[in-house]
Design a protein around this ligand. Structure first.
Ligand code: UDP
Length: 493
């Protein structure tokens, strides 16, 4: 009798999920959105992070809480470990040198202690942990908490990296940067150039790190993806059936955001005040939005060519340059200052831009992007086609998905995986202008790409609505966690 009542109590107590995002805006932002999405389904959510990273997601969490009827989302703030980094340097966006990166890696290890402390004192029903905290697989297992991992990638890119890590296809390919490398075992024929891939010999540390991440993900309860079934169905099937891995697709999580303007920052660029007004003056679909996420840096020659390309394209553009780039005197092409001063064709945002607001404005007709997965999925959700300009990590694989599988983009032809800013391949202004022209044109190619982008946007929105595929995956995951809780905890009594 007592056992039956205890079991009933267990069933009624809301699930409690701890979110432990990796310390970079591209991980924190979707995790805050994901917490909003689970909280809206009655899950008690806590996000464990450090002060600067908490500030980044505070406004998104506050707005989500304002809209909630059930339990609120908490942010549990722990100090950033003292590893000799300057105050305020707490995430990947603020790191400037290899020395900083080494210290940051130490700090990431030291977060194990507050993570375990939370598990011991709060007994959450599950943790959604950033995949890069690969040690959290063992820590969670020691405390009997199921670990769901979040890498923040597409399923397509995750399948590509799994194929690379498992088969090391570079080993049998000539040491020529242009050599084509096939990734075995995938539903489509996927080929990358050698220069577009992580090199297991030249980047041995990275390779070993990703092997550990992949192994830890496989020992976990499962993985959550910011994606949706209808976007990459062959890769959902591949993941579940061929790889035998458990995954739930719960996105696009940005569609759960209640914070279209301030999402992802506590310091929106002052330029952003005027950007909706400027966009309002432009015809529908006439503006190219240009932004490369939170981590990418361009050299002065690259910025010079990008500015030339935007000018040569003849299109309206809104360009996010970030706050901390090289001085404009080092890269500004002749005549560009005058073009900007006229204010009719171009708008520059220095610092943090309200990307969701911009992408969803009817004036936006294309997005020049580095193919960071959040940006790509935000564009898909908004029905905006892309010019793809990948730089490193999963971005070259995401480009393949966008251009070759989904056919909602035009590739700019980037080939250079993660070389240093100073030596990075410089893409000429003419090539940039031509790619923008292809995407924005009214010819058959441009029209077909635009149509596909609009179709996908409808599917994305349907996926997160009541009864949609992502809505259902959230429900199934909650059911599994609830069932697991009842069986383990009542069994322990
Ligand atoms: N973002 C934004 N404003 C900016 C720069 C970035 O809102 O000025 C957001 C963008 O909407 C996305 C995230 O930051 O949600 C960047 O993630 P992504 O995966 O695209 O790139 P990363 O920065 O991780 O390379």
């Amino acid at each position: 009798m007592q056992l039956a009542m205890a079991a009933q109590d267990e069933q009624q107590r809301p699930l409690h999920i701890l979110f432990f995002p990796f310390l970079a805006p591209g991980h924190l932002i979707p995790i805050a959105d994901m917490a909003a999405l689970f909280a809206a389904r009655g899950v008690r959510c806590t996000i464990l992070t450090t002060p600067v990273n908490a500030a980044i997601i505070r406004s998104a969490v506050d707005r989500a809480n304002d809209a909630l009827a059930g339990p609120a989302i908490d942010i549990s703030v722990v100090p950033f470990p003292d590893v000799g980094l300057p105050p305020g340097v707490e995430n990947g966006m603020a790191l400037r040198s290899q020395g900083d990166r080494d210290k940051f890696a130490r700090a990431v290890q030291l977060l194990r202690e507050p993570f375990e402390h939370f598990l011991v004192h709060n007994h959450p029903d599950a943790v959604v942990a950033g995949s890069y905290f690969h040690w959290s697989a063992d820590a969670a297992a020691e405390h009997g908490v199921p670990r769901l991992t979040f890498l923040g990638s597409s399923m397509f890119a995750r399948s590509c990296s799994e194929s690379m890590l498992r088969n090391n296809p570079l080993a049998t390919v000539p040491d020529d940067p242009d050599a084509l490398v096939s990734l075995p075992g995938l539903p489509h024929r996927v080929e990358l150039r050698r220069s577009q891939m992580m090199d297991p010999v030249k980047q041995a540390d990275h390779w070993a790190f990703f092997q550990s991440v992949n192994a830890a993900d496989q020992r976990s309860f499962g993985e959550v993806f910011n994606s949706f079934h209808e976007l990459e169905p062959d890769y959902v099937e591949h993941y579940h059936t061929t790889l035998g891995r458990r995954a739930w697709l719960v996105g696009p999580v940005a569609l759960a955001s209640k914070d279209m303007a301030g999402r992802g920052t506590d310091a929106l660029s002052p330029d952003s005040d005027n950007c909706p007004g400027w966009l309002n003056t432009k015809p529908a679909g006439s503006v190219v939005y240009v932004s490369f996420g939170t981590l990418i840096r361009f050299s002065p020659p690259e910025l010079h060519q990008l500015a030339r390309g935007l000018e040569l394209s003849g299109r309206n553009f809104m360009w996010v340059t970030g706050a901390a780039g090289p001085d404009p005197s080092e890269w500004m092409p002749e005549g560009f200052t005058e073009l900007m001063a006229r204010g009719d064709r171009g708008f520059i945002i220095r610092g943090w831009a309200p990307q969701l607001l911009i992408l969803n404005h009817p004036a936006i007709g294309g997005f020049v992007t580095h193919c960071g997965w959040n940006s790509a999925l935000e564009a898909v959700s908004a029905g905006v086609p892309m010019v793809t300009w990948p730089r490193y990590a999963d971005q070259f694989s995401n480009e393949k998905l966008i251009v070759e599988v989904l056919k909602v983009g035009v590739s700019i032809g980037a080939k250079d995986y993660a070389s240093s800013v100073e030596t990075h391949q410089v893409i000429g202004g003419e090539v940039i202008a031509e790619s923008i022209g292809r995407l924005m044109s009214n010819n058959e190619e441009g029209g077909a790409i635009r149509k596909k982008a609009k179709d996908l946007s409808v599917k994305a929105r349907t996926a997160v609505e009541n009864g949609g595929s992502s809505y259902n995956d959230v429900g199934q995951l909650m059911d599994e966690l609830t069932a697991r809780r009842s069986s383990t905890k009542v069994g322990e009594m």
